[in-house]
Write a protein that binds this ligand. Structure first.
Ligand code: ADE
Length: 420
């Protein structure tokens, strides 16, 4: 096997990474089924895919599947703290061109993205839109040979829609995030579980009885709130959208402003996609021992620069847990440097839910390889029928059967004359 060009932290971790990937494969039946099917027909033969997405065991299962379907792949991580070094080493050992290591700085982050563009991709696969933005700003000439791209996350889709509205988007992109089998599962149940997982690994605190403040009641915030409540926490939600605030209220959460919540919270998590959710005045009113973290894509939700100015001393007290001591002696604990706590302090969403997200990514790549050349530069969504197909395989492989309409019921569904 020829090795692709790569830069990883430690090649000796490859065997450990390989075992983890196998573990993930045993829990990702939808993607494995797609791999088996398309390994025979090779629909991605001739495609060069540049990917920029968290390097985890689940991502490795996607990468292997893209390769099995005929693609050449070059990969980088989409967050400086989310790469799992053993997985990166395992992929490099399998001949994948990969540039990723945990704890890189900003310059190295963009250097890695640049390297994945060296082989002049025909397709791009993003999580957060940094890759596609790099193509559009620094490597404009590639826009004419790239057939299309996919985007994994809410934040990235927002960026791309803004680009499309501005007429700045130069090739078609599929918003994977907008598939039901992505946002209604990954964003809610994935973020809910993995964020709690990250908080627990970084602190080992008891959640029962704590006041747990969730900023943002979108799908990710809803997942965090639900799981924190399940662990016995008193959950407080902060919001800016009246409809979301109302939903949170009717689901039984206390809703208040961050100014109020800051005074009473024990644990804070931001899930808004917006900057400056927790700032200077909030840090000033927090209790001694408050824990602060973020699960949004970018690290701008908690203003750590302002916290830095207030702190008299900063020290790491546990992995991914920094204690900031204020002048009055109060201590505030920041997890994972304000970056995605679920990926930086834990392993990201469980394989079972990434199975569906990445089945959508794979389908997105197939569609672009098939039709990308005929699609205008815009943001597209996947065919909703694919959602039913993916959810159907997920149920089938979980041994769950569901009912089906009878012919009589199908007729009833189409009959608009039937009333009382
Ligand atoms: N985003 C959230 N969890 C993830 C995971 N396990 N792998 C890749 N991307 C993710």
């Amino acid at each position: 096997m020829t090795r692709g060009a790569y830069k990883v932290a430690d090649e000796r971790l490859a065997e450990q990474g390989r075992l983890k990937i196998e573990w993930a494969e045993s829990r990702m039946p939808v993607l494995m089924k797609l791999r088996e099917k398309y390994a025979k027909t090779q629909p991605l033969k001739g495609q060069r895919i540049a990917g920029c997405l968290h390097v985890t065991k689940e991502t490795a299962v996607l990468v292997r599947t893209l390769k099995a379907a005929g693609a050449e792949v070059s990969w980088s991580g989409c967050n400086p703290l989310s790469t799992q070094d053993d997985i990166a080493a395992a992929l490099a050992a399998e001949g994948i061109s990969i540039y990723a290591w945990h704890g890189m700085n900003k310059e190295e982050f963009y250097w890695c993205i640049d390297r994945t563009l060296d082989f002049k991709p025909t397709l791009t696969l993003d999580d957060g839109a940094d890759l596609i933005f790099t193509v559009h700003s620094k490597y404009k000439e590639l826009c004419s040979t790239i057939i299309g791209g996919t985007e994994e996350t809410t934040t990235g889709v927002h960026r791309l829609r803004a680009m499309a509205e501005d007429g700045a988007l130069k090739y078609p992109v599929i918003a994977i995030n907008d598939a039901i089998t992505k946002w209604d599962f990954d964003n809610v149940f994935g973020t809910g579980q993995s964020s709690i997982d990250g908080i627990l690994r970084a602190t080992s605190v008891m959640l029962a009885g704590k006041t747990f403040v969730v900023a943002g009641f979108g799908h990710c915030g809803r997942g965090c709130a639900m799981r924190a409540r399940g662990m016995g926490a008193r959950v407080v939600v902060t919001e800016i959208l009246p409809t979301s605030a109302l939903k949170a209220t009717l689901e039984g959460y206390e809703v208040m402003t961050m100014d109020e919540a800051a005074k009473i919270g024990d644990i804070f998590i931001t899930a808004t996609g917006m900057k400056d959710i927790i700032v200077d005045r909030h840090f000033r009113s927090m209790k001694d021992g408050a824990i602060v973290c973020n699960t949004g894509h970018y690290d701008c939700e908690i203003n750590l620069e302002q916290l830095g100015k207030l702190a008299k001393r900063v020290r790491e007290v546990r992995p991914n847990n920094e204690e900031h001591t204020m002048a009055d002696g109060r201590r505030i604990y920041v997890l994972a440097k304000g970056r995605l706590v679920n990926l930086a302090a834990a392993e990201g969403h469980p394989s079972e839910v990434m199975d569906m997200s990445f089945a959508n990514q794979f389908q997105g790549m197939l569609r672009l390889a098939r039709e990308g050349k005929t699609m205008k530069p815009n943001v597209y969504t996947l065919d909703p029928e694919l959602d039913q197909e993916i959810a159907g395989i997920k149920l089938e492989t979980s041994g769950i059967k569901i009912d089906h309409l009878t012919a009589e019921q199908e007729k009833y569904a189409r009959d608009y004359s039937a009333g009382t």
